[in-house]
Design a protein. Structure first.
Length: 94
């Protein structure tokens, strides 16, 4: 068996703003289901109202996979997701 640096978990989010409820974590990938109108955007903050650590914009009515290289993006505090014109996202984190 190989060794693993950490177990990856997944959580679907549909409301905004919403906390991941994972505490300190590394975001590894995000699957995005953008709405059919407006300007779809996902903003991730380091904690509630914290510093922006990721800001992504998407085309309307698309499904997109955002792969984050290496060890992912570290959120020292529980990450907060602010979704604008996004139907849902699935966050993969460790």
């Amino acid at each position: 068996m190989g060794s693993y640096s950490s177990d990856v978990k997944a959580k679907k989010l549909t409301t905004s703003p919403v906390m991941l409820s994972a505490g300190r974590t590394r975001i590894r990938q995000i699957q995005v289901n953008a709405a059919g109108s407006g300007s779809p955007q996902v903003v991730v903050k380091d904690g509630a109202g914290g510093t922006v650590i990721l800001d992504l914009e998407f085309a309307t009515d698309t499904n997109t996979s955002v792969n984050i290289p290496a060890d992912g993006i570290l959120s020292v505090n529980d990450p907060q997701f602010v979704l604008t014109n996004i139907d849902s996202i699935t966050v993969f984190y460790a």
